[in-house]
Design a protein around this ligand. Structure first.
Ligand SMILES: *Cc1c(COP(=O)(O)O)cnc(C)c1O
Length: 362
């Protein structure tokens, strides 16, 4: 039997989405290319330069250095690696908020750096006093999250930049998910707003490119040079990427998506997604559930475990936060119709599993 990919009809838990048709087409055309070997595949290597130019434009950086990575995980690992190479400390520390993605645990494990995890305040953003109290001469980097994985929160990036400067550490911004929606908000998150050194920003999430297409950006080429190793059997002389052979499909689809959608298409998408998130938040709230205000298009709400399981049983792909809240990511494939039928299922299943929810205002 020929396996078919599952449909996105009931997928509310994914941070990836259906690629834009132009991205899909470009991915297919470049399937058999390897930007890891630019001497052999110069066309896709040129496309990668374009991808970095476009990512720089989105992230407020006029002359960006960087490359198209396998995803946010690789970009975060590499950013920590840059910071470690830069640091004088024997046992360098990287300061991360508790809201940081688990890829930083992988980075610490691989690279032998210490993670100093600082708490977030009630608003879900990192507690600046805790960061100040935590940094010292061993601090190699501070990580700020611009669009946290669980609640879509944005850390105070400019302030983190000042703290990083005060101890001569790098500032890395993790905008893996948020990078393609933040340009249309008032948040200060990018190279133009703060002393950001490196950034993770993924075309394969909100950017509507095919998987795998992540982005690592660096303020200057010398930061990227920290990663370079010599490449004896290739015509190119050095390589900064973590992987060797890489996906030309990811690179080509990232360029195609960004050329098609930046900025107007992404703005329209942001508005649609944000409206959907606010609509869903209001619907759940009116049913008596506690909802975390969706600052970006991501809704978290406390619903009973039985209801969560029943919804999963109906085929809804849902995920949970560490605090057991329902988490719905309003990605481009998530439509209002889809959310309406989700809410209809919430109503029906509440009755079926016998859930009593306090009506708001009572
Ligand atoms: C998804 C995500 C990552 C990891 O990216 P992958 O592409 O899954 O490797 C890192 N940071 C944040 C904030 C994310 O949302």
């Amino acid at each position: 039997m020929r396996a078919e990919p599952q449909s996105f009809d009931r997928v509310l838990s994914s941070m990836c989405t259906e690629p834009h048709p132009a991205a899909r087409e470009a991915a297919e055309r470049f399937l058999a290319t390897n930007p890891g070997d630019p001497g052999t595949y110069p066309t896709v290597a040129t496309l990668e330069d374009e991808a970095i130019e476009l990512l720089g434009e989105i992230a407020g950086l006029a002359e960006p250095a960087g490359y198209v990575a396998s995803g946010g995980t690789e970009a975060n690992v590499q950013a920590v690696r840059i910071a470690r190479e830069r640091a004088d400390a024997r046992r360098p520390t990287v300061v991360v908020p508790e809201s940081a993605h688990f890829s930083f645990n992988k980075a610490a494990d691989l690279l032998g750096v210490e993670l100093a995890v600082v708490p977030t305040a009630d608003d879900g953003r990192v507690d600046l006093e805790a960061v100040r109290a935590c940094v010292d001469e061993d601090t190699a980097a501070i990580v700020g999250v611009a669009g946290s994985t669980e609640y879509g929160r944005v850390d105070p990036i400019p302030k983190l930049g000042e703290i990083a400067d005060s101890v001569d550490a790098l500032l890395h911004v993790d905008a893996a998910w948020g990078g393609f929606v933040l340009p249309f908000t008032d948040h200060e998150w990018h190279f133009g707003h703060a002393a950001v050194d490196t950034m993770a920003i993924d075309p394969h999430k909100m950017g509507q490119a095919a998987v795998p297409a992540g982005g690592l950006l660096a303020r200057s080429a010398d930061l990227l040079d920290e990663l370079a190793v010599e490449t004896p059997y290739l015509e190119s002389t050095s390589q900064a990427t973590l992987t060797g052979t890489r996906s030309g499909a990811g690179v080509a689809s990232a360029v195609a998506a960004m050329e098609e959608l930046w900025p107007d298409g992404y703005r329209d998408q942001y508005v649609r997604s944000q409206n959907n998130a606010e609509w869903l938040a209001a619907e759940l709230e009116s049913r008596g559930y506690d909802v975390v205000d969706p600052e970006l298009p991501l809704v978290a709400a406390s619903i009973p475990t039985q209801l969560f399981e029943a919804l999963r049983g109906e085929g809804w792909r849902l995920s949970r936060t560490a605090d057991d809240e329902l988490r719905v990511v309003c990605m481009p494939h998530v439509t209002r119709n889809q959310l309406e039928s989700f809410v209809a299922d919430v109503d029906r299943l509440e009755d079926e599993v016998g859930i009593e929810v306090p009506v708001s205002g009572e």
